[in-house]
Design a protein around this ligand. Structure first.
Ligand code: C5P
Length: 221
């Protein structure tokens, strides 16, 4: 048998949502299932890579033969990612919460009887993709992000490519009627500095295999 395309390579992948604590019993979350990120981890292993999967809370089995690091919040995800670099390829497929609660309550927040709800003060989370993209020593050779949008897909993907210093952005339309969030299929575009490729609708497993095959070619070239 020939040498697998990613033999000897380390691939780091983020997947799933993050949970941002409000108090000991409540959190802010989003609808990411982790299916695309987990499929990428499986595809990278099948291509011969050593794979680290940093995953937020998901309802999926761990992909076989992959080192899985489980985290809750964006801050924990950033620490786990930085701990597991360097990597030849990093793919940030997690739906990281943009905001967290500025000061997590030490106790469960109670109704105070006034009828006035508490005000949650939010603060911005670190951008993991941008942090890794701007690392001078630890930036992976190929850095791939996702852009889930409901409008202006390509413009938004292009500006993410620049702002986060990624090599590719996999852009997908997550408008509710597409059924992509939580579903098994995905329709994506690969946005790079050399242009935009439209891919047909495929299963998330096929999208993953195609991204990994392209990434292996890019490392060679
Ligand atoms: O800016 P936006 O959240 O749309 O960017 C999406 C891309 O950036 C995804 O690849 C996501 O994993 C990554 N991201 C991140 N850390 C954040 C926000 C997004 O790594 N705090």
């Amino acid at each position: 048998a020939g040498r697998l395309p990613l033999a000897g390579r380390h691939v780091l992948i983020t997947s799933g949502p993050t949970h941002e604590p409000i108090d000991p019993v409540r959190y802010i979350a989003n609808r990411s299932s982790g299916k695309q990120g987990h499929a990428l981890a499986a595809a990278a292993y099948a291509a011969g890579a050593r794979v680290t999967l940093v995953s937020g809370p998901v309802d999926l089995p761990d992909p076989a033969n992959v080192e899985v690091i489980r985290v809750q919040s964006a801050a924990e995800m950033l620490t786990a990612v930085e701990t597991h670099l360097p990597a030849d390829i990093a793919i940030m497929a997690a739906a990281v919460a943009d905001w967290r609660v500025a000061s997590e309550g030490a106790q469960k927040i109670k109704k105070d009887g006034s009828g006035k709800p508490p005000a949650l003060q939010l603060t911005e989370n670190p951008d993991i993709l941008a942090t890794v993209g701007h690392h001078d020593s630890l930036r992976p050779e190929l850095l791939i992000g996702f852009a889930a949008e409901t409008q202006n897909l390509i413009d938004n993907a292009r500006s993410k490519l620049e702002r986060k210093n990624a090599d590719w952005i996999i852009a997908n339309d997550v408008s509710p009627q597409t059924g992509i969030m939580g579903g098994d299929a995905n329709t994506v575009r690969l946005v790079s500095r050399s242009g935009v490729e439209d891919w047909p609708e495929m299963s998330k497993a096929d999208v993953a295999r195609r991204i990994i095959a392209r990434a292996a070619e890019a490392l060679k070239g």
